[in-house]
Design a protein around this ligand. Sequence first.
Ligand SMILES: NC(=O)c1ccc[n+]([C@@H]2O[C@H](COP(=O)([O-])OP(=O)(O)OC[C@H]3O[C@@H](n4cnc5c(N)ncnc54)[C@H](OP(=O)(O)O)[C@@H]3O)[C@@H](O)[C@H]2O)c1
Length: 228
Amino acid sequence: MCKEKTYLLLRNYHHKIKASMPVIKIHAAVHKSLENFDLEYFDLYLIHWPGTSKKQLSDPINEENRTNSYKALERLYREGKVKHIGISNYTEKHLRHLLSVCTVIPHVHQFELHPCLYQPEILDLCHKHGIQIQAYSSLGEGALINGEVKLDCLESIAQKLSTSKALVLLRWAVQCGWTVIPKSKTVSRIKENSQIFSLEIANYDMDLLNKIHTYEPHRFCWDPSNVF
Ligand SMILES: NC(=O)c1ccc[n+]([C@@H]2O[C@H](COP(=O)([O-])OP(=O)(O)OC[C@H]3O[C@@H](n4cnc5c(N)ncnc54)[C@H](OP(=O)(O)O)[C@@H]3O)[C@@H](O)[C@H]2O)c1
């Protein structure tokens, strides 16, 4: 693997770590992964989900496990084994709690974001603390571009810019200041998606896209709202 050309992001399923010894277990798991990849460090390591496997969403142990898992990431960060640390799928409540106990502010928060799911509270909190927002499911897992969810204004903006709906969705996120991680197994689409820096959406059209969630709300992935 050519490290200079590859930005490595790993997400840890912290539920596999027992509350009594999470720091040691995560620490060991990351060291093992580094060994497997034959790397000195990972660029970014995220806690994937605020809940705990095989525990009720409402179980207070979720909060304790999250805190302990994050402590392990802080230690790895201080050791230089991960260059950036972060979280994923945290709600405003989860993030507020983390901010009250952490010693390293998360560098990245990855969560579902697209014109049909705009989450102002968590966005504001990330902005306030300088946390880089990383959008996932920018294309609605494909549903926002394959006609499953029809968005007239998206179609017209794409036509106006002589581009694809996929590129408009990705460019909208980038103009909002977020990073994007579109997924495709199709080489031509991967190439197409890399063209987001060659177009610009006008303010008027950005406003149209910003309003979509008020009349066409959709969530395509999991909802962490009920995790304690
Ligand atoms: N943190 C989390 O909990 C979480 C949750 C979900 C996803 N993610 C991550 O987010 C990333 C995005 O994945 P996602 O599943 O949410 O999907 P997505 O990026 O919203 O959409 C992927 C779908 O869009 C299609 N597609 C991609 N580019 C296209 C283009 N230019 N034109 C037409 N269709 C296009 C793909 O089809 P083809 O593959 O057939 O080309 C695929 O079906 C992944 O890296 C995933 O791991 C993270």
